[in-house]
Design a protein around this ligand. Structure first.
Ligand SMILES: Cc1ncc(COP(=O)(O)O)c(C=O)c1O
Length: 413
């Protein structure tokens, strides 16, 4: 069913409130963080004002109710990504923390010097640095799969680099710079054939495409609430149950234990073993509302809408003189994230000029400096789209780019 964007926009207070220079907000930075529908804001606020109590600790009514809500979100998340059980869902502070958890708890206990970890050239710093830190601690080797000339994941290079030495393959589900979406099913099958485990950095994929972890058969999946209409400070690490069982916890403290004595402790069952301390309860409850909202709009409708938007953006960008687009130029296996440069303007100038028109984009290296090096640039401008963006937003972006250039030319005359 086509999305009614005008109606969807009314669910997001930011679009009602943020007008600057007499222009409505055109928000094109959802790859960095997505805006929140009123129902998510209300759910957090209601929790604090009416239902607040600590989870899994108190024996009183408020605590029991908070626990029930908090755990029901875990079930919702498990259903959303088709995990076998809520016990495979670990709450974290975000995708970054989830990836660090895998590197620390799986990497340190299961890998040894000389083992190899395969990453790709598309990775965000969050899916490079934790592995570099593991390398520095235990001496594993990082191997990077290169991209093809048209900025796709190079399956041939991957097959060549995969070997019995490979113990972990950790790949982005969607590049936050280029929108590239590797074939995760094929990547996982090939890795498993060599006995390697697969972690998917789903920070950009899960909000847009949904994911079925059983179908993919991935071992780990990381993602963040704030990129999918939920609050900040909440993330998810999906892990196959048998892997969670063999991993040691990383943070110690309240709730991750079964029993503590002065000279030792035993760990709690999954997933609590990896959840030390009082968690972000309101954030999790808000995240649950965000998933309900996405479900009510329909992930399939969101996917179809974004596919249409992607085709339109590609057409407009490719036909506009002076736009240098980085990344795949067809909508096939590509998400709605577009990195570009325009004429000889610096990306920060592009960002500032668009901001004057109340158009919010990102400019910089997008936490992907190694990829910038491959692209041969220091930074790019990036426009990223979500369910609340329309084709009109694309037109406004292109018009504003062209106007900005005219304005700058006149300014220097
Ligand atoms: C591909 C990718 N991975 C990981 C992250 C890190 O997510 P977070 O900052 O929510 O932990 C991001 C954030 O931009 C991302 O785009």
């Amino acid at each position: 069913m086509p999305l009614d964007i005008e109606k969807i926009k009314t669910d997001f207070p930011i679009f009602r409130n943020t007008h600057r220079n007499n222009k409505p907000l055109v928000y094109l930075d959802s790859a960095a963080t997505a805006h929140k529908p009123q129902c998510v804001i209300d759910a957090e606020s209601k929790f604090y004002s009416e239902d607040y109590g600590t989870v899994r600790r108190g024996i009183y009514f408020l605590s029991a109710m908070a626990t029930e809500k908090y755990e029901s979100v875990r079930k919702l998340i498990a259903e959303f990504i088709q995990a076998s059980s809520p016990t495979e869902i670990v709450y974290t502070r975000g995708a970054t923390e989830s990836i660090n958890l895998v590197a620390r708890c799986y990497g340190e206990s299961q890998l040894k010097a000389g083992d190899e970890i395969i990453l790709s050239e598309f990775e965000h710093h969050s899916n490079i640095v934790p592995w570099l830190m593991l390398r520095d601690r235990i001496g594993v080797k990082l191997v990077y799969v290169r991209s093809t000339r048209d900025w796709r994941f190079d399956m041939d290079d991957y097959s060549d680099k995969l070997s019995e030495r490979t113990k972990i393959v950790s790949i982005t589900g969607m590049s936050n710079v280029l929108g590239t979406m590797p074939d995760l099913k094929a990547i996982t099958a090939l890795a498993h054939a060599k006995g390697a485990k697969v972690h998917i950095d789903g920070a950009q994929l899960v909000p847009h495409m949904g994911i079925n972890v059983k179908f993919l058969d991935c071992d780990f999946l990381s993602f963040s609430s704030h990129k999918m209409l939920g609050p900040t400070g909440v993330g998810v690490l999906y892990m196959k149950r048998e892997l969670g069982e063999i991993m040691s916890p990383w943070q110690g403290g309240g709730d991750m234990i079964e029993y503590v004595q002065f000279d030792g402790f035993t760990t709690n069952e999954l997933p609590y073993k990896f959840e030390a301390g009082t968690p972000n309860m309101a954030g999790v409850i808000g995240f649950g509302k965000a998933i309900e909202y996405i479900n009510s709009v329909g992930l399939i409708n969101i996917m179809m809408h974004e596919r249409e938007t992607t085709e339109y953006v590609l057409r407009r960008m490719l036909e506009t003189e002076g736009i240098q687009l980085y990344g795949p130029t067809t909508a096939e296996n590509r998400g709605s994230v577009f990195s570009f440069n325009y004429k000889d303007l610096h990306s920060h100038d592009i960002g500032s000029m668009l901001d004057f028109n109340n158009i919010a984009i990102r400019a910089g290296h997008h936490c992907a400096q190694p990829l910038m090096g491959k692209l041969g640039v220091i930074s790019t401008a990036r426009a990223s789209f979500y369910l609340y963006n329309s084709k009109e937003d694309v037109n406004i972006l292109i018009d504003a780019l062209q106007q900005s250039e005219r304005f700058l030319k006149n300014a220097v005359r």
